[in-house]
Design a binder for this molecule. Structure first.
Ligand code: URA
Length: 453
């Protein structure tokens, strides 16, 4: 089967056979610089053809499975534990994974199995920044030494000792997603419910999960901006998970503004560390309230599915207790240490925030923060240096923004709205203009959507 024929068939609206899809993914993973079984141009054309033509349920199942088995897969059975994960469809300032993994690990460490293994384990395979959204791996790698490219044996050890492993796709673990993900970012083919489903579910099913909680974003910061498109994406992912034997649930969550206080790379780690270190509700930064609430709701579902809470609501309460007691922070330190990250930074995370330039945008008039195009905010963050212009580029650790107000907040004239951080002063002007254009202050408060739709 020639890859060009697969591209042509999809371009012309024909239904691809299982053999065609499997051959295409096989060629993509097994090509070498000397033997270009399929070229980057053909892969990009395939992605664009799928973007426009979509996939039938059978094509989607075959693509997801071919990607899942494109490398090694994790086998959790020797651990005799409950494996659970969550994945978000992508957002701006969406750092819930950095809280949820330690929360679940803390719950699992507190009640080990008879063999001394945490009773809940989170083998989390995450991604890098994609389009206007941030990536968990890029955030974690701002911690000096942190290794996201673990082997299967290292993942196993991390789960055994810490209850969680935070890793990325590697040349051996879901390599097909590694290649497609980077090319989608570069070719305008991110916003396809079929490509998002195959990308997310291939990684999650390679983790050998008992249960999966999906955070499907809807609103101006989501890849799928309308409620109907987000619901379709949620249905595709839940069907894919359930038909593969993983208990899968999805929450449709509103995403019309950055989640929490910061969006960027290190600044998001800093925000989560501050949350995990706060021992009282009053110690929490008010701008992080939405992030904490969503993390607790998602963790609550995971704890419920793992049998640690009678209801998702009880799970959310337990999740907040694990945050406030410091148990999640202890688990976080263990996870970072076993993955070779420098935990000494967490004593004073603000000191590690070292942008070379910053600028604060203030309100020109009084009123209420009424609306913003959250996708434009995300692109502004990427252009400050937090994202990459082409595959393989490094990202800036210290680029990002700090929001000083939430949608619906009353605003005084001259009050700070957002601070921009970068490591290259020449990158400040364009994002500043983008943010100035999109943050709207109105005379009356806006009608806001509920956070869980
Ligand atoms: N997260 C992923 O892993 N893949 C996507 O396509 C979008 C979000």
């Amino acid at each position: 089967i020639h890859p060009l024929d697969v591209v042509l068939h999809k371009r012309d609206g024909r239904v691809l056979t299982d053999d065609e899809i499997q051959a295409f993914i096989h060629a993509l993973v097994h090509r070498t610089p000397q033997n270009q079984l399929v070229t980057d141009a053909q892969i990009a054309a395939f992605l664009m053809a799928v973007f426009h033509r979509g996939l039938t349920p059978q094509e989607l199942a075959t693509l997801t499975s071919a990607m899942r088995y494109s490398g090694e897969t994790f086998d959790a059975s020797p651990l005799h534990t409950f494996t659970v994960d969550k994945h978000s469809t992508g957002g701006v300032g969406d750092k819930t994974s950095l809280l949820i993994a330690p929360i679940l690990a803390a719950a699992g460490l507190a009640s080990p199995t008879p063999a001394g293994i945490p009773s809940i384990c989170v083998p989390m395979i995450s991604g890098r920044s994609l389009g206007h959204t941030g990536g968990t791996l890029d955030k974690l790698e701002t911690i000096p030494g942190f290794n996201t490219q673990l082997t299967l044996d290292q993942i196993f050890l991390s789960l055994e000792k810490c209850g969680a492993a935070l890793v990325g796709q590697t040349p051996r673990l879901v390599p097909a997603d590694r290649i497609l993900y980077a090319l989608r970012d570069h070719t305008g083919t991110v916003e396809s419910p079929y490509l998002i489903t195959a990308s997310i579910m291939s990684k999650k099913l390679a983790e050998d999960l008992n249960a999966l909680v999906l955070d499907v974003k809807t609103g101006s910061g989501a890849f799928m901006p309308t409620y109907e498109q987000s619901k379709l994406l949620a249905e595709l992912m839940v069907q894919t998970g359930e038909s593969s034997g993983t208990r899968t649930i999805a929450l449709l969550t509103n995403h019309d503004e950055p989640l929490g206080r910061f969006a960027g790379n290190w600044v998001e780690v800093w925000e989560c560390v501050d949350i995990m270190r706060a021992r009282r509700i009053e110690d929490r930064h008010p701008m992080s309230a939405d992030l904490i609430q969503l993390s607790n709701i998602l963790s609550g579902w995971m704890l419920h599915l793992a049998g640690h809470a009678p209801t998702p609501e009880a799970g959310a309460k337990l999740s907040d207790e694990l945050l406030l007691s410091g148990a999640a922070f202890k688990a976080w330190l263990r996870i970072v240490a076993i993955q070779c990250g420098d935990v000494s930074l967490f004593h004073d995370p603000a000191a590690h925030h070292q942008p070379t330039a910053s600028r604060t945008l203030t309100a020109t008039h009084a009123g209420y923060l009424a609306s913003m195009d959250c996708k434009q905010v995300g692109w502004a963050v990427q252009r400050l240096g937090a994202g990459r212009a082409k595959p393989g580029d490094p990202v800036s650790a210290h680029a990002g923004i700090e929001m000083h107000a939430k949608l619906g907040d009353p605003i005084k004239a001259g009050q700070p709205l957002v601070t921009l951080f970068t490591e290259d002063v020449s990158l400040l002007d364009e994002p500043e203009a983008m943010l100035r254009e999109t943050l709207h202050i109105a005379a009356t408060p806006p009608q806001l959507q509920p956070s869980i739709r």
